[in-house]
Design a binder for this molecule. Structure first.
Ligand SMILES: [Fe+2]
Length: 188
């Protein structure tokens, strides 16, 4: 399996937008914390988070292809099949269906992490100093419930974490802490 350094180098080869790279690093951090909480493989979950949007620029943001091209890019990466399936299936507009139970677990974690990272970053950006350290778990829960806030964040996707028997009251702070730990790297 590829190392974190190799994964990051691959990501930089395919993604040109620094904002997208940071998004991937944020999802990686949340996936790592979630895997730890669930007793799942932290290395595999982290790499899945880091690489999940690798084909985003390559497919020119075509949602019918996004996720599918990643399968080709990552075919020789050594990432296990269930991780590849989760990456292909995290975008529900490409026709890829995930059936394997282990892949489904990663998939739900990935979708929840993907969208909660957006919610947390949007919340940080409306804080007085635009810092992750200013965000409190209660604020995050309020922003989650406020439908007019960060409308691009799909609350239903975040709720997929409940399929892993983790409730939102636990997942939101867990995700917030994961991003606060890498705040410098995210520049927030
Ligand atoms: Fe993403």
């Amino acid at each position: 399996m590829l190392s974190r350094e190799e994964a990051l180098a691959l990501l930089y080869r395919y993604l040109k937008d620094e904002k997208m790279i940071k998004h991937c690093i944020a999802v990686e951090a949340i996936m790592c914390s979630l895997a730890k909480r669930l007793g799942e493989n932290e290395v595999i979950w982290s790499l899945t988070g880091l690489l999940h949007d690798i084909d985003y620029d390559y497919v020119e943001r075509d949602m019918a292809k996004h996720g599918l091209e990643a399968l080709n890019i990552l075919s020789s990466s050594g990432l296990p099949r269930e991780a590849l399936e989760a990456i292909a299936g995290h975008n529900e507009h490409n026709g890829f269906r995930v059936i394997d139970e282990r892949a489904l677990k990663i998939l739900h974690g990935l979708r929840a992490s993907d969208h909660v990272s957006g919610l947390i970053i949007a919340t940080a950006l409306v804080m007085p100093n635009k810092k992750l350290s200013e965000v409190k778990p209660a604020t995050l829960l309020r922003k989650f419930k406020s439908k007019d806030f960060a409308r691009g964040v799909d609350r239903e996707r975040i709720k997929e974490v409940e399929l892993l028997n983790v409730d939102l009251e636990e997942f939101l702070p867990l995700s917030l802490e994961a991003l606060q730990r890498i705040a410098d790297e995210l520049g927030l």
